[in-house]
Design a protein around this ligand. Structure first.
Ligand code: PEP
Length: 258
């Protein structure tokens, strides 16, 4: 069985002091939770402080991005080994905001995915369609392309360090969530793609998490779906009580051990 994973993407928010305070609050309530993998992604400047706070807890820390090259003349970039050095276990890659505002392509996401996994990080690879693509019937083609390009030449063994985040772009930061049925349909489709790209075992073992306006009041219905293994949470992860409520979502009769 797949262990649920709830990740908080803090985006471009919080000073070091604010990030530390939020991490402390989460650690107090969630620091001993071993039923769910809990990951938080602060800005780079707060990583050292947040990883220090979370070191003695079950909360893990992610970078929000990394470059595909380990070191060199790449002004402004942070590499996967440097995230490991800062105490990170995960990195978010290919977020729609990176694609939209910073021109990241599927091939670039692929190069970063290789770099992250080769450095020992777990790559949370994001993909999802726009509203126009969904409404014009292109959604499944878009998802197929994004997934196959992002995972090009990733081996079945490397998928142990891989999480897929399905994030319909129209649901990110808009307050508009995909219904649990809409999300479940795409998650099942992605699992089928993973089976074709790798094999049945990889498809069954890989966690596919949902992102897009996840809140305390909709997480339960999403998590009740067999193919939804967790959530990537933006806005609601900035408020300790909301993120705690999301992690402690009402559990259905689903077994939660990996
Ligand atoms: C995200 O940042 O990945 C996200 C899903 O944001 P929000 O929860 O605010 O929609």
């Amino acid at each position: 069985m797949r262990k649920p994973l709830i990740a908080g993407n803090w985006k471009l928010n919080n000073t070091i002091a604010e990030a530390s305070q939020l991490a402390e609050a989460l650690k107090t309530e969630l620091g001993n939770n071993t039923n769910t993998d809990i990951v938080i992604a602060p800005v780079f400047t707060a990583l050292a402080s947040v990883t220090h706070i979370c070191a003695s807890s079950s909360i893990q820390v992610a970078g929000q991005n990394c470059h595909c090259v380990d070191s060199g003349a790449f002004t402004g970039e942070v590499s996967a080994p440097l995230l490991v050095d800062a105490g990170c276990s995960h990195v978010i890659l290919g977020h729609s905001e990176r694609r939209q505002f910073f021109g990241e392509t599927d091939n670039f996401v692929n190069a970063k995915t290789h770099a992250a996994i080769n450095s020992g990080l777990t790559a949370i690879v994001c993909l999802g369609e726009t509203l126009e693509q969904r409404e014009s019937g292109e959604m499944f083609d878009v998802i197929t392309n994004q997934l196959s390009l992002a995972l090009n030449e990733i081996t079945p063994a490397q998928t142990e360090n891989l999480v897929i985040a399905y994030e319909p772009i129209w649901a990110i930061g808009t307050g508009k969530t995909a219904t649990s049925e809409e999300a479940a349909e795409v998650h099942a489709f992605i699992r089928g793609l993973l089976s074709g790209l790798f094999n049945h075992e990889v498809a069954e073992a890989t966690r596919i998490i949902y992102g897009g306006s996840v809140k305390p009041n909709n997480i339960g219905a999403l998590m009740a779906e067999a193919d939804i293994d967790g959530a990537l949470v933006g806005g609601a992860s900035l408020t300790a009580s909301d993120f705690i409520a999301i992690v402690n979502y009402p559990k259905p009769l689903k077994v939660v051990q990996k």
